[in-house]
Design a protein around this ligand. Sequence first.
Ligand SMILES: [Zn+2]
Length: 266
Amino acid sequence: MNIFKVLLSIIFILISPTASSGIVKMKISKKLYILSGKEYGTNIGLIAVENGLILIDPMPGDNHLSELDQVIQSIYNKPVIFILNTHSHSDHTGGNKYFEGKGGKLLKGDIPLEGFTHIRVESHSSIDNIFYHKESNAIFVGDIFDTSWHPTFYAGGIKGFSNAIDTILNMGDDQSLIIPGHGVTANKSSLIEFRENTFAWINRVRELYHKESDLEKIMADTQLKNILQKFNASDKATFIPEKAYKRFIERTISVIDNEESLQQAH
Ligand SMILES: [Zn+2]
């Protein structure tokens, strides 16, 4: 176990999740819960404000949404008044309609909510919203950061990823809780480690790609496999399927190709 994993497990134990009919509830503070959704494991933020609730990234799944609603009501018994999304992918927006139907207002563009800082970056998708809730010192970062999967920086490339991580590190303070799109909650030191591992991954893929075009051979590289395991924050026996490993290399190569063709253009 490295420090990253130890920290994650300590945070996990401290928050002590309780499962309620498949939806996991984590109480962060009196005013903030993280609910984690069924099939997708999306981290859903639930923040209590004066006249209701703010819901971040409601998961999809028609048959799960009434259950999610029940869990929310069992915690606060207040209406969802605003819905926010860290980005537009369906595992983060699939429940929007359901909660809009119950009177929630979906906020898009610049989010003018009191007590929140909102910054837009481009890393995992062309618009990634980072939300910082000051009172609970929690930063919702969506899929810029993932503690259950490998990094996915395909929209913003290396530059966009780097800028997104710097942006997060500049928000809040050293104690800020970081809520990734999926996986256990984390802190800034684990985010810094995630950035280092991501750069190590990109650099190793670049090195291999420049001397080797056979994807099978790149996949067999021990050093690359070891770097991949650093993203396996929960020490799963099988971290990701072989197909996903291959795809991750292919997509990293396309990011490298893009970066290099941009450099040549200058
Ligand atoms: Zn996601």
